[in-house]
Design a protein around this ligand. Structure first.
Ligand code: LLP
Length: 419
């Protein structure tokens, strides 16, 4: 459930009419609903209430905006970070270091050092090689890095191949069949306090079955590692819950997920960690855009909007569907191709889509753009970066300025030999 609703024929974010935001900030613009973020955070937390002291960390990559992170920090969430930049954001948003988990297959030496400087809760180590390097860095400081070993369970998450992370051929984690041996080596190193396991098999999962299959495998490994004499106090179950991108679709609810987790892990005797991203932020945001013009096409007209693939990459990158709705309610419908201004045919949000009949100047939104939206933007075609707005009740605030093409150009220089 979200708080984008039509009131008196106009789509609102909470109590704010979207045309007021377009007027004040211009388009395209990302609009987030604080109440929706809070609701999703609470629903997720309530879904885990049967568990003993779980730690929930928001996957910062889904929406790293500082205001969004602050809202989630206020709901008791920590952060799952995958770069030094995300770690700095989590700290800037007020997340306590002992609620920060550092994931990622390619942490640099500088990033490992930053994690040690910060005193984060846990590094999720993705390879034997990374574990050795982290152990060495920590030992040189006379410290022990708190760490978990990420396992690749070889489970097909049944999602888009580009966001599937738990199959044997994927780059993530240590293969299950090597896990005991790698754990044995790394646990013996002075610089590591290896106390846990981690897993994340993919994103936008449509069913719980692959998650359950992966967790079962982790449960077996957990018992094996304990039999080997290791102490395992924490297991990180990652993120991955899918959300509806099309009105009417249904996805497993956080409550169903929580019940499955409680059942599968009931004898584990560990603190569980969760890294949700999309399920918290996805439906809490829209991309507000204006129609530039409508052009005749072969079988359907092209509705050319001022947002493009550089602003919302998911349709171009994964063929993803985002519902497209008019801001001013209309009963007139048509079939159209919804495209951006960028000079490649991939800049298409929807093909032959049944959608509201719009004309130049009309406002519209792409729904479910709160996760993996602004954060994946680029400045392709020298278009600059779209601003972000947070709404709370009848108030709204710009929480990220528009960065126009001029500001990006300002970072460029001609070499002195051109003088
Ligand atoms: N934990 C780890 C280690 C991850 O790699 C991810 C997402 C998450 C948690 C959060 O997963 P979620 O709960 O959001 O599914 N750009 C793609 C999604 C990539 C997800 C990458 N990893 C998209 O737009 O669909």
């Amino acid at each position: 459930m979200d708080h984008f609703t039509t009131i008196d024929g106009i789509l609102h974010a909470e109590q704010v009419p979207l045309p007021a935001i377009a007027e004040a900030v211009g388009t395209p613009v990302y609009v987030y609903s604080q109440t929706t973020l809070q609701r999703h955070a609470r629903v997720f937390r309530d879904a885990l209430s049967a568990l003993d002291n779980p730690l929930t960390v928001f996957a910062v990559k889904a929406n790293p905006n500082l205001a969004v992170l602050r809202v989630l920090q206020g709901e008791g969430f920590g952060a799952d970070v995958v770069s030094g930049g995300e770690l700095r954001r989590a700290l800037a948003a007020g997340m306590a270091p002992d609620t920060i988990i550092f994931s990622g297959v390619g942490k640099t030496r500088a990033e490992l050092e930053l994690g040690l400087d910060t005193g984060i809760a846990q590094f999720n180590i993705e390879s034997r090689e990374e574990g050795r390097e982290l152990a060495q860095l920590a030992a040189a400081r006379g410290e022990q890095a708190r760490a978990a070993l990420r396992i690749n369970p070889d489970v097909d998450a049944g999602t888009h191949e580009k966001i599937s992370t738990g199959k044997a051929e994927n780059k993530f984690g240590v293969p299950l069949h090597q896990a005991r041996e790698v754990f044995r080596e790394l646990a013996a190193l002075d610089g590591l306090a290896l106390h846990g396991l981690a897993i994340h098999i993919g994103s936008q999962l449509a069913t719980l079955d692959p998650l359950e299959a992966a967790f079962e495998k982790i449960g077996v490994l957990l018992a094996d590692l304990r039999a080997d004499g290791h102490t395992i106090g924490r297991v990180d179950l990652g993120g991955g819950l899918g959300v509806a991108y099309k009105a009417g679709e249904t996805y497993p609810s956080p409550a169903e997920y929580g019940a499955m987790v409680a059942r599968v892990t009931k004898d584990w005797g560990v603190q569980l960690v969760f890294e949700p991203g999309r399920v918290i932020a996805g439906n809490a945001g829209v991309l507000l855009t204006r129609v530039i013009r409508v052009k005749a096409g072969l079988s359907a007209p092209f509705v050319i909007v001022d947002a493009a693939m550089n602003d919302l990459a998911r349709p171009a990158l994964y063929g993803a569907w985002h519902d497209f709705e008019a801001v001013a309610e209309t009963s007139e419908r048509t079939t159209a191709n919804i495209v951006g201004p960028i000079c490649e045919s991939g800049d298409t949000f929807a093909t032959n889509r049944d959608c509201p009949a719009l004309v130049a100047g009309d406002l519209a939104v792409f729904r479910t753009a709160g996760a993996y939206g602004a954060t994946m933007a680029s400045s392709y075609n020298s278009r600059g970066f779209v601003p972000e707005v947070l709404v709370s009740g009848d108030k709204f605030a710009v929480v990220a300025n528009r960065i126009d093409a001029g500001a990006i150009m300002d970072a460029e220089r001609l070499p002195d030999w051109f003088a």
